[in-house]
Design a protein around this ligand. Structure first.
Ligand code: SF4
Length: 138
């Protein structure tokens, strides 16, 4: 019988506006973008998609992401995203990222890092699955 997912009964989350998910966290610091994200962000910044990509993006293993996973996001101002309306799907779906969903990672890293975990409304298993499917690098 397959092992039950620890988030089978859902997970509570509500963004507390800490901006922590936009700060550097080493290998978890990548903000991936697909073409739709790059177009949306470019539009929000009043740039051509090609200019936005040249200025703010780079590729690793064939996947586009914002520059500097080793630094805080270039669009972060204090705890505020300066391109919030145009932010990529990767940001919109925090904390439900495939690399965050292991039971140990969630309880030892994500929970202690993000103040929104365990607060707010319950995300159902199906909602979480839908959010996980939005990830451009998967
Ligand atoms: S684009 Fe905005 S929401 Fe995404 S990591 Fe950067 S500052 Fe945070």
């Amino acid at each position: 019988m397959p092992k039950a997912l620890w988030w089978e009964k859902g997970v509570r989350f509500e963004c507390q506006g800490s901006g922590k998910c936009c700060t550097s966290r080493g290998e978890y610091g990548y903000v991936y973008l697909d073409l739709e994200d790059r177009r949306r962000m470019a539009k929000a910044l009043n740039l051509r998609t090609s200019s936005f990509t040249r200025q703010y993006c780079t590729q690793t293993k064939g996947w586009w992401h914002l520059i500097g996973p080793d630094k805080d996001c270039v669009f972060l101002d204090g705890a505020r995203c300066t391109v919030y309306e145009g932010r990529p799907k990767h940001c919109r779906t925090w904390p439900f990222w495939p690399e965050n969903m292991g039971a140990r990672t969630w309880s030892s890293e994500i929970k202690s890092f993000c103040p929104g975990i365990g607060k707010g409304r319950l995300y159902s298993k199906n909602e979480i699955l839908e959010l996980l499917l939005q990830h451009p690098e998967d």
